[in-house]
Design a protein around this ligand. Sequence first.
Ligand code: FAD
Length: 465
Amino acid sequence: APAETDYDVLVIGAGPGGYVCAIRAAQLGFKVACVEKRATLGGTCLNVGCIPSKALLQSSENYHAAGHDFAAHGVVIDSVKLDLARMQARKADIVGANVKGVEYLFKKNGITWLKGHGKVEGTGRITVDGKPVTAKHIIIASGSDSANLPGIEVDEKTIVTSTGALELSEVPKRLVVIGGGVIGLELGSVWQRLGAEVTVIEYLNRLVPGTDNEVASQFQKLLVKQGFKLKLGHKVTKAEKTKKGVVLTVEPAAGGAAETLEADIVLLAVGRTAASKGMGLEEAGIELDKRGRVVTDAHFATNIPGIYAIGDVIAGPMLAHKAEEEGVALAEILAGQAGHVNYDAIPGVIYTWPEVASVGFTEEQLKEKGTGYKIGKFPFMANGRARALGMTDGFVKVLACEKTDRVLGVHIIGPCAGELIAEATMAIEFGASAEDIGRVCHAHPTLSEAVKEAALGADNRSINI
Ligand code: FAD
């Protein structure tokens, strides 16, 4: 590295991994710059990911509730109308406020935003749009992009990724989602609630792989009840644009006769790939794995001295909060502190209706590991607050060690599951037992009582069931 550098810490990418790392590094006294090529800060998450999708999920949920659920509360609305332009404008305002917020935080913390494309040259050296910049520590936080599928050409108008699916100006009559993962089901839900007929084509014989089987199968039933059409165990081999829309060729994954399926809009949501190309990584000799992810050690260091990587561009769940934790941990490690991420306590949430949230091990994983476990389960049907809300679908499932009672995994499908999982994550982080959760006083009537009751259930001590 050069003896005198422009910055102490140089972060490439201002997504939740990069911007959080930059702020934490600045708090720790480093002179920090962050390179971002997008016109706004915040990365995928704030611009075209978590935030706009949650804005549309909320709006579409409200629209659907006004048309379908309010009457049961005695609230009669004669005609519910959709103003999609306004819904989209609201989403854009929310995104705008969030990305401006990051800009403010950069100013507040004295972080320089280097606008442009960052390219790694080697230890201590990068270029931004060709201009050399030096730093003691370089952090790659370039995130991820939507994965492609052979035979399918995305135009972001009729064949879209999540980015185009967030921008539709009309509700499609028929939306076909390729991929039954989190992003496909969330955005499928948005357009289904707004009136689209949604078909999900998934290669595997189940949705949301990796989710606890019992939760996933309940989830699947509820989506079908909502009107989702599922084509599991199928693959799309071709997408042809026509005057009216798209004709898809679909084949059984196990082999068999092909069929065609028509759609007005096709959403390609088959996962995301690390954004590690075109930024000099290979030329600089930085090791990438088979999936193009930057290889790092337990302290986020690459094989090249002084160059680190965090977030979606490295291994692990592609989640904003995982990227953030890594950003904080790395800044602290660079400051000589003991930064650390506990990968056993990273919650995952699917923001559909109902929500699905989990943390820790699934029952299948515990079986595979040969760990003895106890199960406590509690249905929202038996929870007073869920009944008052009229949201009784789903349950909480607590998995605890058979011998020690330590909480090993919590899986929730139901109202506000994404909020309820925080308590379970805290329990796992603190090494709590199921009894610990069961002995904590939970306010009544709240949905969180279902978590307490499920924890009690691990010892056959549930009160209300
Ligand atoms: P990113 O957010 O991808 O940011 C990387 C940034 O680096 C980008 O702004 C990019 O422009 C910039 N960049 C890349 N290369 C260069 C370069 N060479 N020079 C300059 N700049 C560069 N996660 C959740 O936890 N919860 C959710 O609800 C959720 N919803 C999602 C919904 C959708 C539709 C999508 C697509 C994703 C969602 N995610 C969600 C995933 C989440 O967005 C990512 O996990 C997260 O953004 C990863 O953060 P990151 O900092 O690693 O990278």
